[in-house]
Ligand binder design. Structure first.
Ligand code: 13P
Ligand code: SF4
Length: 321
């Protein structure tokens, strides 16, 4: 069910209001196309509410989407998210057609590093295992030893049982994981353009203007922000926290759609807006999903020479649990 928003809510929120008539028509068309094509839609937690609640079959964080992609029973997977997520779905489903409604839906982290950079890091720091955040291209995954997401980064790093690792490309995630684990981490200077903008001052102001607010931050935020938050975790971990703890007031220091999506299931919590929009995630729209299923484009493929090593890095991560 799509949560209704009043005009007032639309005026104060950053997510554009939708035209309900157009939306209903697109939703009906997408549902029919899913049946016709034997397609499922995997949607990231940052997708617009009409996608998250209206047409998605599976929603979740990057880890859940990678896991669900691995067990998808369908001929076609539409990835409502960004390009690296669609590539991961393809790696787990070589025989299925994987579509992304807008191939330009990228990620500042994935774009910050190449396989040549990974080779240079290995040369500079020989013998250290390379942990690649899933927010990377298939070529970077192929050049790495194991993947991680924000939901399992700590577990993955600890599973390696070594005192020092290379972790890329998110400098802040690496610093946050180093603080949690005590493992020395050689980081890359990539940043998420959404999370790098949050500051501790913003959180202080939030606490002053909204007494009692519980602040949840994504670990892609700078360590100074994570340090003043009440909890840090992946998008799914934040959603679980709200469901479990039922805070009277909560601020999700992350992408704006996240709060929109989970607010409907947590009416007892007041969601204080403290978010930024991801321009890449916002490229995915209902008309875009409908067009993708109608035209069966854009198909996502991984070059043959990268397939096995990139998949192995994802599989090693999934085996950690
Ligand atoms: P999650 O894995 O926590 O869903 O995060 C993905 C992402 O792109 C966050 O910016
Ligand atoms: Fe990439 Fe940041 Fe957007 Fe996530 S929110 S897809 S990390 S740019």
């Amino acid at each position: 069910m799509i949560p209704a928003r009043t005009r007032h809510e639309c005026d104060v929120c950053l997510i554009p209001c939708f035209d309900e008539e157009v939306m209903a028509e697109d939703i009906a068309a997408i549902r029919a196309l899913k049946r016709e094509r034997r397609a499922i839609i995997l949607a990231h937690n940052y997708q617009r509410p009409e996608i998250f609640h209206g047409v998605a079959d599976i929603v979740g964080d990057s880890l859940a989407l990678a896991r669900e992609a691995a067990r998808a029973d369908a001929d076609v997977i539409v990835l409502a998210g960004v390009h690296f997520m669609a590539e991961t779905a393809k790696l787990m489903n070589p025989d299925k057609t994987v579509l992304i409604p807008d191939p330009l839906a990228g990620c500042s982290l994935a774009e910050s590093i190449t396989a040549a950079d990974v080779a240079l890091l290995r040369q500079t720091y020989p013998g250290r295992p390379v942990v690649a955040y899933v927010n990377t291209s298939a070529e970077v995954k192929a050049a790495s030893d194991i993947c991680c997401t924000s939901g399992n980064a700590r577990k993955v790093v600890e599973s390696l049982g070594v005192p020092e690792v290379i972790m890329l490309p998110d400098e802040y995630l690496a610093q946050n994981v180093a603080a949690e684990t005590g493992v020395k981490i050689i980081a890359w200077k990539g940043h998420c353009e959404v999370h790098e903008r949050f500051t501790p001052l913003e959180i202080d102001r939030l606490r002053l203007t909204h007494p009692g607010v519980v602040v949840l931050a994504h670990p892609e935020c700078p360590p100074e922000v994570v340090a003043v938050a009440d909890f840090a975790g992946s998008t799914a971990m934040m959603a679980d926290f709200v469901r479990r703890e039922k805070p009277a007031r909560v601020a999700l220091v992350t992408e704006c759609s996240m709060g929109e999506n989970i607010a409907a299931a947590s009416p007892e919590s007041e969601f204080v807006r403290a978010c930024n929009l991801c321009p890449h995630m916002q490229r995915i729209t209902l008309p875009g999903i409908r067009a993708a299923l109608e035209t069966m484009t854009a198909e996502v493929n991984v070059p043959a020479h990268l397939f096995a090593p990139a998949r192995a890095a994802v599989e090693r991560m999934l085996a950690v649990g």
